[in-house]
Ligand binder design. Structure first.
Ligand code: SAM
Length: 213
């Protein structure tokens, strides 16, 4: 419990220091993490070794859920940009998840994704609404490249936020958000399996599940 509170307080500190890249007011809830990791139990529950990519791991809320549904034969690659989150994750890898095969990359996704073995599943927590349009495009294309045929991608976004900012024109950045909206919509058009709402999260969120063909 004490550790959890420490993680929440480091998250809040990071939000104040780096709002653009954190893009959240609170770490994701365990409900949201469960939905994000659902393809592991729903579509990838066989015993074959799997490769899982988690992007924007933060304090490890989603990682915890991924670890629950995988074992030492699976490979988990984490991307995290923030040094302070990376220190926290390193500590968790060494102490809580030491029997697992977890690689931490402290660099901006998709940097460092060269010719490596394809992943079966990717979990993305990147705050796309805060990114330049071309970076969103680059990230979505990278998931397409790095996932095997029949691989899965989950990502979340806070309910109605982008639409509200566009419609109410409360953001001078309207054009950028419109382009992000249409980029995400067209990416999901042929790949989306489901959109589930997680009310128990601050703020409530939609989890999108996609299958890459
Ligand atoms: C919305 S927070 C999500 C954190 C955590 N997964 C959760 O759900 O509580 C976004 C995370 O993405 C990280 N991030 C932002 N841009 C990134 C990038 N280009 N590559 C890797 N991580 C990035 C931030 O540092 C932050 O930890």
């Amino acid at each position: 419990m004490k550790k959890r509170l420490l993680r929440v307080s480091s998250f809040l500190r990071e939000v104040q220091l780096n709002w653009k890249t954190t893009g959240a007011i609170f770490p994701s809830s365990s409900r949201l993490a469960k939905k994000m990791a659902k393809p592991l139990t729903e579509f990838l529950s066989d015993r074959k070794p799997k490769r899982i990519l988690e992007v924007g791991a933060g304090t490890g809320v989603m990682t915890e859920e991924i670890v629950k549904h995988t074992d030492k034969n699976d490979t988990i690659v984490l991307y995290e940009l923030s040094d302070s989150f990376a220190n926290l994750l390193r500590d968790r890898i060494e102490n809580e998840w030491s029997d697992r095969n977890i690689e931490l990359r402290v660099q901006p996704f998709p940097k460092g994704l060269n010719k490596e073995k394809k992943f079966d599943f990717a979990v993305c927590s990147l705050p796309f609404n805060n990114f330049p349009y071309n970076i969103v495009k680059e990230c979505l294309e990278a998931f397409e490249d790095v996932l095997r045929d029949g691989g899965y991608l989950t990502f979340f976004e806070y309910c109605y936020i982008r639409r509200a900012k566009i419609n109410l024109r409360i953001n001078k950045d309207c054009m950028r958000l419109r382009r992000i909206e249409s980029q995400i919509q067209s990416y999901m058009k042929t790949r989306k399996i489901s959109r589930e709402t997680v009310a128990l999260n601050i703020p409530p969120a939609w989890v999108h599940t996609l299958r890459i063909e």
